[in-house]
Design a protein around this ligand. Sequence first.
Ligand SMILES: Cc1cc2nc3c(=O)[nH]c(=O)nc-3n(C[C@H](O)[C@H](O)[C@H](O)COP(=O)(O)OP(=O)(O)OC[C@H]3O[C@@H](n4cnc5c(N)ncnc54)[C@H](O)[C@@H]3O)c2cc1C
Length: 379
Amino acid sequence: MGFELTEEQVLIQKMAQDFALAEVEPIASETDLKGIFPEASWKRLAELELLSIPYPTEYGGGGAGYLSYALVIEALARSCASTAVILACHSLAQYPIVAYGTPEQKAKYLPLFAAGKTGPGIFALTEPGSGTDAGGMQTTAVLDGDHYVLNGNKCFITNGDMGTVGVVMAKTEQGIGTKGISAFIVDKNVSPWEVGKHEDKMGVRGSHTTDMIFKNCRVPKENLIWKHGKGFNIAMEALDGGRIGVAAQALGILQACLDESVAYAKERKQFGRPIADNQAIQWMIADMAKDLIAARLLVYNAASLKDDGKPCSMEASAAKVFCAEAAMRHSIKAIQIHGGYGYMRGMKVERLMRDAKITEIYEGSSEVQRMVLSRLALQ
Ligand SMILES: Cc1cc2nc3c(=O)[nH]c(=O)nc-3n(C[C@H](O)[C@H](O)[C@H](O)COP(=O)(O)OP(=O)(O)OC[C@H]3O[C@@H](n4cnc5c(N)ncnc54)[C@H](O)[C@@H]3O)c2cc1C
């Protein structure tokens, strides 16, 4: 199977690659070391109209589909995984509104997301006691007149302090498990939440990860997405697409591992010749190149299926688990090729290893992806 990109996809890919190389790469190390949100890159993503790539043009989106989106995430992650995840969460936050929002919700919020006027978007599912078991959430939403009143704590939320509009999942009915979960658009200007703990992370340090605290947070009734009890389904469907985004992030990291390894292996001399002359080094590079080809095909395949409106849960999970594990495995090998220098803070390969790790955890860990894959395979 091969992927012939359309003219539009090639243009989008080139624009993202040029932007990443010229403007993201030069600040990536500082973004990581200092853990600072890459404000300039965020503004430029808005100017380049890359904030809503797959979503309808009617509401300011790019209308360019998931494959174009994956190409952009891949290009960003090759330089800076933090920037890639900030955009990926922004995209994830929009999906429930695009897919299930009322015409009024779409008209009000999607153009704001597309222009970046919401700040980076928020998708708030995880809580301290419920990560993988998202259905076990404790946050409640109780109807009181024209408002739902939200109470509870979300944790590990990307962009939790930077964004002003989020999609938040909360329980509207107790005792019926996931069927009691609903999804809400929460607009900080109308329904303020408190930002809690800022996490000090191992990787993707330029993206902010915080607690969100809801204390009698009053959300207008009309901000319920679709209907009562559909929040879990909406969240899981959003994560199907989200997994393609994380897989593309891992793919970009994997490409960077190969780039760095090839360049260093040719340049570094020991015993009077480049270390690339040693078969031990060549085989590490060969395995990276091999897995990169497979990873790219898996991501582009899952994204293409989604663009065609075909089921892609299995393909998205396969892409995520394969790419994440390949990025992790080969980032360790990339450090090995760099020897002691690769172990030093500030070297790109050590950042790649720290950034790769999270792709095995968020938006469904590798164990969760295997649960999805085995369930679908055994059906
Ligand atoms: C940097 C970062 C950013 C994040 N951003 C967001 C965000 O924007 N929005 C959001 O809602 N969440 C976000 N998360 C949360 C993330 O999705 C969760 O961390 C993830 O789902 C895992 O949940 P957990 O950390 O509670 O681990 P747990 O669920 O406690 O899992 C611990 C381990 O047990 C395994 N495990 C659990 N259940 C099973 C099972 N049934 N079978 C086999 N193995 C199992 C897991 O795979 C994992 O290895 C983020 C997390 C991080 C670290």
